[in-house]
Design a protein around this ligand. Structure first.
Ligand SMILES: Cc1cc2nc3c(=O)[nH]c(=O)nc-3n(C[C@H](O)[C@H](O)[C@H](O)COP(=O)(O)O)c2cc1C
Length: 224
Protein backbone atom coordinates (compact mmCIF):
# COMPACT_ATOMS: atom_id res chain seq x y z
CA UNK A 1 0.00 0.00 0.00
CA UNK A 2 1.35 3.42 -0.99
CA UNK A 3 1.84 5.45 2.16
CA UNK A 4 0.62 8.95 1.44
CA UNK A 5 -1.72 7.91 -1.37
CA UNK A 6 -5.16 9.48 -1.68
CA UNK A 7 -8.15 7.44 -0.48
CA UNK A 8 -9.06 4.66 -2.92
CA UNK A 9 -6.12 5.36 -5.19
CA UNK A 10 -3.06 3.16 -5.16
CA UNK A 11 -1.15 5.67 -7.28
CA UNK A 12 -2.35 9.27 -6.78
CA UNK A 13 -3.51 11.27 -9.81
CA UNK A 14 -1.10 13.86 -11.16
CA UNK A 15 -0.34 16.25 -8.32
CA UNK A 16 -3.43 15.07 -6.43
CA UNK A 17 -3.58 16.01 -2.76
CA UNK A 18 -1.92 13.23 -0.86
CA UNK A 19 -3.25 12.14 2.52
CA UNK A 20 -0.86 11.08 5.24
CA UNK A 21 -3.63 9.31 7.10
CA UNK A 22 -3.12 5.82 5.68
CA UNK A 23 -2.17 3.51 8.51
CA UNK A 24 1.32 2.05 8.16
CA UNK A 25 1.67 -1.71 8.34
CA UNK A 26 4.26 -3.01 10.76
CA UNK A 27 5.22 -5.81 8.39
CA UNK A 28 6.05 -3.48 5.50
CA UNK A 29 9.31 -1.65 4.81
CA UNK A 30 9.28 1.77 3.16
CA UNK A 31 11.25 3.11 0.23
CA UNK A 32 11.28 6.90 0.50
CA UNK A 33 10.72 8.56 -2.89
CA UNK A 34 11.74 12.14 -2.26
CA UNK A 35 11.49 14.75 -4.99
CA UNK A 36 11.00 18.32 -6.08
CA UNK A 37 8.73 19.00 -9.05
CA UNK A 38 7.36 22.33 -10.19
CA UNK A 39 5.63 21.31 -13.41
CA UNK A 40 4.70 17.69 -12.69
CA UNK A 41 7.21 15.78 -14.82
CA UNK A 42 9.39 14.60 -11.95
CA UNK A 43 6.22 13.81 -9.99
CA UNK A 44 5.04 11.57 -12.85
CA UNK A 45 8.31 9.64 -12.72
CA UNK A 46 8.00 9.36 -8.93
CA UNK A 47 4.64 7.61 -9.28
CA UNK A 48 6.05 5.05 -11.72
CA UNK A 49 8.99 4.38 -9.39
CA UNK A 50 6.45 3.91 -6.58
CA UNK A 51 4.63 1.32 -8.67
CA UNK A 52 7.88 -0.56 -9.16
CA UNK A 53 8.62 -0.47 -5.42
CA UNK A 54 5.22 -1.95 -4.66
CA UNK A 55 5.74 -4.85 -7.06
CA UNK A 56 8.21 -6.21 -4.49
CA UNK A 57 6.48 -8.17 -1.72
CA UNK A 58 6.81 -6.56 1.71
CA UNK A 59 7.84 -3.16 0.32
CA UNK A 60 5.80 0.03 0.09
CA UNK A 61 6.49 3.47 -1.37
CA UNK A 62 6.42 6.66 0.70
CA UNK A 63 6.14 9.68 -1.60
CA UNK A 64 7.46 12.92 -0.13
CA UNK A 65 8.48 16.30 -1.55
CA UNK A 66 10.63 19.27 -0.53
CA UNK A 67 9.32 22.85 -0.33
CA UNK A 68 10.47 25.59 -2.70
CA UNK A 69 13.15 28.01 -1.54
CA UNK A 70 13.12 31.82 -1.58
CA UNK A 71 16.08 34.16 -2.02
CA UNK A 72 15.83 36.05 1.28
CA UNK A 73 13.99 33.81 3.74
CA UNK A 74 14.15 30.23 4.85
CA UNK A 75 10.33 30.13 4.97
CA UNK A 76 9.08 30.06 1.38
CA UNK A 77 6.07 27.80 1.77
CA UNK A 78 3.31 26.83 4.20
CA UNK A 79 4.02 23.77 6.37
CA UNK A 80 2.03 21.53 3.99
CA UNK A 81 1.89 21.81 0.18
CA UNK A 82 -1.45 22.69 -1.47
CA UNK A 83 -1.09 19.66 -3.72
CA UNK A 84 1.23 16.72 -4.29
CA UNK A 85 3.19 14.64 -1.82
CA UNK A 86 3.56 15.90 1.78
CA UNK A 87 6.83 17.56 2.69
CA UNK A 88 9.50 15.22 3.96
CA UNK A 89 10.34 15.01 7.68
CA UNK A 90 13.70 14.00 9.12
CA UNK A 91 12.06 10.91 10.59
CA UNK A 92 11.32 9.71 7.02
CA UNK A 93 15.06 9.39 6.43
CA UNK A 94 15.62 7.44 9.62
CA UNK A 95 12.77 5.01 9.08
CA UNK A 96 13.12 4.26 5.35
CA UNK A 97 14.79 1.12 4.04
CA UNK A 98 15.97 2.90 0.89
CA UNK A 99 15.81 6.28 -0.85
CA UNK A 100 15.05 7.42 -4.40
CA UNK A 101 15.77 11.12 -5.03
CA UNK A 102 14.23 13.10 -7.89
CA UNK A 103 14.75 16.61 -9.27
CA UNK A 104 14.19 18.54 -12.48
CA UNK A 105 17.40 19.38 -14.30
CA UNK A 106 18.31 23.03 -13.80
CA UNK A 107 21.29 24.08 -15.91
CA UNK A 108 22.66 20.56 -15.87
CA UNK A 109 22.28 20.11 -12.13
CA UNK A 110 19.65 19.38 -9.49
CA UNK A 111 17.18 22.12 -8.52
CA UNK A 112 17.95 24.36 -5.53
CA UNK A 113 15.06 23.17 -3.30
CA UNK A 114 16.36 19.60 -3.27
CA UNK A 115 19.96 20.73 -2.81
CA UNK A 116 18.82 23.02 0.02
CA UNK A 117 17.20 20.07 1.77
CA UNK A 118 20.27 17.87 1.27
CA UNK A 119 22.54 20.63 2.58
CA UNK A 120 20.59 20.56 5.82
CA UNK A 121 21.37 16.91 6.52
CA UNK A 122 24.52 17.42 8.60
CA UNK A 123 23.06 15.67 11.63
CA UNK A 124 22.03 12.64 9.55
CA UNK A 125 25.50 12.54 7.98
CA UNK A 126 27.18 12.70 11.41
CA UNK A 127 25.03 9.97 12.90
CA UNK A 128 25.12 7.69 9.85
CA UNK A 129 21.35 7.64 9.43
CA UNK A 130 21.55 6.58 5.78
CA UNK A 131 24.67 4.40 5.87
CA UNK A 132 24.20 1.07 4.13
CA UNK A 133 20.78 1.85 2.66
CA UNK A 134 20.27 1.52 -1.12
CA UNK A 135 19.64 4.67 -3.15
CA UNK A 136 18.89 5.79 -6.70
CA UNK A 137 18.01 9.00 -8.55
CA UNK A 138 15.74 10.36 -11.28
CA UNK A 139 15.30 13.55 -13.30
CA UNK A 140 13.40 15.29 -16.08
CA UNK A 141 14.67 17.73 -18.72
CA UNK A 142 13.21 19.85 -21.49
CA UNK A 143 15.66 18.51 -24.06
CA UNK A 144 17.17 15.14 -24.93
CA UNK A 145 20.74 16.33 -24.37
CA UNK A 146 20.05 18.99 -21.77
CA UNK A 147 22.03 17.42 -18.94
CA UNK A 148 20.17 14.39 -17.60
CA UNK A 149 23.33 12.43 -16.95
CA UNK A 150 25.19 15.31 -15.29
CA UNK A 151 22.18 15.94 -13.04
CA UNK A 152 21.82 12.28 -12.11
CA UNK A 153 25.51 11.91 -11.36
CA UNK A 154 25.57 15.11 -9.27
CA UNK A 155 22.63 13.82 -7.25
CA UNK A 156 24.55 10.63 -6.47
CA UNK A 157 27.49 12.51 -4.93
CA UNK A 158 25.84 13.48 -1.62
CA UNK A 159 24.35 10.00 -1.36
CA UNK A 160 27.87 8.57 -1.45
CA UNK A 161 28.92 10.96 1.33
CA UNK A 162 26.02 9.61 3.36
CA UNK A 163 27.31 6.07 2.89
CA UNK A 164 24.41 4.91 0.77
CA UNK A 165 24.66 1.99 -1.63
CA UNK A 166 24.17 3.65 -4.99
CA UNK A 167 22.17 1.80 -7.64
CA UNK A 168 21.51 2.47 -11.31
CA UNK A 169 19.88 0.42 -14.05
CA UNK A 170 21.74 -2.45 -15.74
CA UNK A 171 21.61 -2.98 -19.52
CA UNK A 172 19.82 -6.26 -18.91
CA UNK A 173 16.89 -3.83 -18.94
CA UNK A 174 16.49 -4.11 -22.71
CA UNK A 175 14.68 -0.79 -23.10
CA UNK A 176 17.84 1.01 -21.99
CA UNK A 177 19.30 0.09 -25.36
CA UNK A 178 16.28 1.10 -27.42
CA UNK A 179 14.66 4.11 -25.71
CA UNK A 180 14.35 7.21 -27.87
CA UNK A 181 13.23 9.30 -24.89
CA UNK A 182 14.38 9.07 -21.26
CA UNK A 183 15.81 6.21 -19.19
CA UNK A 184 19.53 5.95 -18.40
CA UNK A 185 21.91 3.58 -16.59
CA UNK A 186 22.44 6.39 -14.04
CA UNK A 187 18.78 6.59 -13.10
CA UNK A 188 15.26 7.06 -14.42
CA UNK A 189 14.46 10.09 -16.57
CA UNK A 190 11.93 11.86 -18.78
CA UNK A 191 12.33 14.18 -21.74
CA UNK A 192 9.47 16.65 -21.23
CA UNK A 193 9.97 18.97 -24.21
CA UNK A 194 9.74 22.76 -24.30
CA UNK A 195 6.24 22.82 -22.73
CA UNK A 196 7.26 20.50 -19.86
CA UNK A 197 4.76 17.79 -20.86
CA UNK A 198 4.62 15.30 -17.95
CA UNK A 199 3.25 12.43 -20.12
CA UNK A 200 5.87 9.68 -19.94
CA UNK A 201 6.77 7.42 -22.88
CA UNK A 202 6.30 3.68 -22.44
CA UNK A 203 10.09 3.26 -22.20
CA UNK A 204 10.32 5.93 -19.51
CA UNK A 205 7.52 4.32 -17.49
CA UNK A 206 9.01 0.86 -17.83
CA UNK A 207 12.50 1.96 -16.79
CA UNK A 208 11.21 4.06 -13.86
CA UNK A 209 9.27 1.07 -12.55
CA UNK A 210 12.36 -1.10 -13.01
CA UNK A 211 14.39 1.32 -10.90
CA UNK A 212 11.80 1.29 -8.11
CA UNK A 213 11.69 -2.51 -8.19
CA UNK A 214 15.46 -2.71 -8.06
CA UNK A 215 15.86 -0.43 -5.05
CA UNK A 216 13.05 -2.23 -3.21
CA UNK A 217 14.39 -5.71 -4.01
CA UNK A 218 17.91 -4.82 -2.84
CA UNK A 219 16.54 -3.16 0.31
CA UNK A 220 14.55 -6.28 1.05
CA UNK A 221 17.60 -8.49 0.60
CA UNK A 222 19.70 -6.22 2.84
CA UNK A 223 17.07 -6.39 5.55
CA UNK A 224 17.45 -10.17 5.43
C1 LIG B 1 15.78 27.49 -14.31
C2 LIG B 1 15.58 26.28 -15.19
C3 LIG B 1 16.68 25.63 -15.70
C4 LIG B 1 16.50 24.52 -16.55
N1 LIG B 1 17.62 23.90 -17.04
C5 LIG B 1 17.46 22.90 -17.92
C6 LIG B 1 18.59 22.26 -18.50
O1 LIG B 1 19.74 22.53 -18.15
N2 LIG B 1 18.37 21.31 -19.44
C7 LIG B 1 17.11 20.96 -19.86
O2 LIG B 1 16.96 20.15 -20.77
N3 LIG B 1 16.01 21.49 -19.26
C8 LIG B 1 16.16 22.45 -18.31
N4 LIG B 1 15.06 23.01 -17.72
C9 LIG B 1 13.72 22.42 -17.99
C10 LIG B 1 13.28 21.44 -16.86
O3 LIG B 1 14.33 20.59 -16.48
C11 LIG B 1 12.10 20.58 -17.36
O4 LIG B 1 11.03 21.42 -17.74
C12 LIG B 1 11.64 19.55 -16.33
O5 LIG B 1 10.80 18.63 -16.99
C13 LIG B 1 10.86 20.19 -15.17
O6 LIG B 1 10.45 19.19 -14.25
P1 LIG B 1 9.12 19.36 -13.36
O7 LIG B 1 7.95 19.41 -14.33
O8 LIG B 1 9.07 18.16 -12.49
O9 LIG B 1 9.27 20.64 -12.60
C14 LIG B 1 15.21 24.07 -16.86
C15 LIG B 1 14.10 24.73 -16.30
C16 LIG B 1 14.28 25.82 -15.48
C17 LIG B 1 13.07 26.51 -14.89
Amino acid sequence: MLRGAGAGLRIPALHARVSASVLPSAAMSDILILYYSRGGSVAALARQIARGVEEVPGMQARLRSVPPVAPVTAVAAPPEPDEGAPYVERSDLASCAGLVLGSPTRFGNMAAPLKHFIDGLGAEWASGTLVGKPAAVFTSTATQHGGQESTLLSMLLPLLHHGMLVLGLPFTEERLGSTRSGGTPYGASHVAGPQDDPALSEDEKHLARALGRRVAAIARRLEG
